[in-house]
Design a protein around this ligand. Structure first.
Ligand code: PNS
Length: 166
């Protein structure tokens, strides 16, 4: 496993500007970055997996981020199984506030125990400190404007959709 290859995992339901900022900064730190849409069986979700992937790919392409970035999905087995499969020694997570540290810490410790994978936390830009997928889902579901919080491709998709499409 290489410390030059990293995975940015998440639900990305939908991708936000906070996600994109973490992806951009991680892409500058590692030789190869895997942005991975992980299917979480505990979360029903708003957007189907294939759509999250498409919106993520489009958002990354539009942002013209440098470096090697692979977008993928993972719905079988542990996240560290994917990391091992692609040779990644690092997981990258964004931290907005103390609650994120509390949520992420057990996963980071367990992932390290399971496979020796390290988790690197990047502090979110304060501009994105209130941005979350759940907030975007709520505002979009009630017909509000989410364009300040999401990449253009996501805003365009959500704008054309009605809540019953989600
Ligand atoms: O965007 P999210 O919903 O905060 O992402 C959470 C995610 C997908 C990163 C998290 O649920 C996860 O790591 N799932 C993988 C399942 C796994 O490997 N669990 C065991 C070790 S924690």
């Amino acid at each position: 496993m290489s410390n030059r290859i990293a995975v940015v995992p998440g639900s990305f339901d939908p991708p936000t500007l906070g996600h994109l900022d973490i992806i951009r900064r991680a892409a500058g730190l590692y030789d190869e970055l895997h942005v991975l849409v992980v299917h979480n069986p505990d979360k029903e979700g708003m957007l189907p997996l294939a759509l999250r992937l498409r919106l993520l790919e489009q958002s990354i392409a539009d942002a013209e981020l440098p470096g090697k970035i692979v977008v993928g999905s993972w719905s079988v087995g542990l996240l560290v199984d994917y990391a091992e499969e692609v040779g990644a020694g690092v997981l990258v997570k964004g931290i907005r506030a103390q609650q994120d540290v509390s949520y992420e810490t057990p996963m980071a410790v367990v992932n390290n125990h399971l496979a020796g994978v390290e988790t690197v936390f990047l502090l979110a830009d304060p501009a994105n400190s209130v941005v979350s997928s759940s907030l975007v889902r709520q505002v979009a579901g009630l017909g509000g404007d989410v364009s300040p919080y999401v990449p253009g491709a996501v805003a365009r998709y959500l704008d054309q959709s009605t809540p019953s499409d989600f």
